[in-house]
Design a protein around this ligand. Structure first.
Ligand code: SF4
Length: 206
């Protein structure tokens, strides 16, 4: 039986990613329901992402990230929901090894942070890990981020501290949605380059 209050809104995994990048994005999307304004390049990027992940689905051989994955199953575009956490999302790929390990994989149609995983991507994957744990009654210890343009696949260890942090973030997101209050600007100015899609609206709100 779900233990959450059913009147509480569900948080999407992408909300977690947005909150880590900038909590104001959550406000614009979930409270104002404003559409982000992106350039045509970014929209095209979205289509390529889908194509790339679908190609992965067509690959006959096992996942190539590690020899541990020989014989592993790939579950693609998995819809996940946790009534307990009030969290939902669709994960690009879950690797299920022959030993029964579940490993989330996310594909990004953009560059890495100088060879490392961006902070918002990291916590997005941790949120997926929480969903995978609940769905498959397992403990997720690692994940992969695949930066498509760089052909770079990065493995990240998932610690209990990271999971606790994401649970706290889910609480903050629920509060933004229920209180309907614009969060203060917390991000460094260099991040406000328009990539969030809300630059114009945000300026109006400052
Ligand atoms: S412009 Fe900057 S402060 Fe405003 S929503 Fe975007 S990232 Fe956040």
């Amino acid at each position: 039986m779900p233990t959450s209050d059913i009147t509480e809104p569900f948080v999407a995994v992408t909300d977690v990613k947005h909150y880590i990048f900038c909590p104001r994005i959550v406000y614009f999307e979930r409270v104002l329901h404003a559409k982000p304004v992106f350039g045509s390049q970014q929209e095209e990027g979205g289509e390529k992402h889908e194509e790339y992940v679908r190609k992965e689905l067509r690959r006959k051989d096992a996942v190539y990230y590690s020899p541990d994955f020989i014989g592993a199953q790939k579950l693609l575009f998995v819809n996940l929901i946790s009534p307990k956490l009030g969290l939902t999302g669709q994960l690009d790929c879950i690797i299920k090894t022959v030993k029964g390990e579940f490993i989330p994989v996310d594909y990004k149609n953009m560059g890495s942070n100088h060879g490392k995983v961006w902070m918002d991507h990291k916590y997005q994957l941790v949120a997926y890990a929480l969903l995978v744990e609940e769905r498959y009654n397992t403990i997720v210890k690692r994940m992969f981020v695949n930066y498509i343009p760089e052909k770079l696949i990065l493995e990240v260890e998932i610690t209990p501290t990271m999971k606790t942090h994401v649970k706290r973030v889910i609480g903050h997101i629920k509060r933004i949605i229920s209180d309907e209050k614009l969060p203060p600007i917390r991000v460094a100015k260099h991040k406000c380059t328009g990539g969030c899609g809300y630059r114009t609206l945000c300026k109006r709100s400052i």
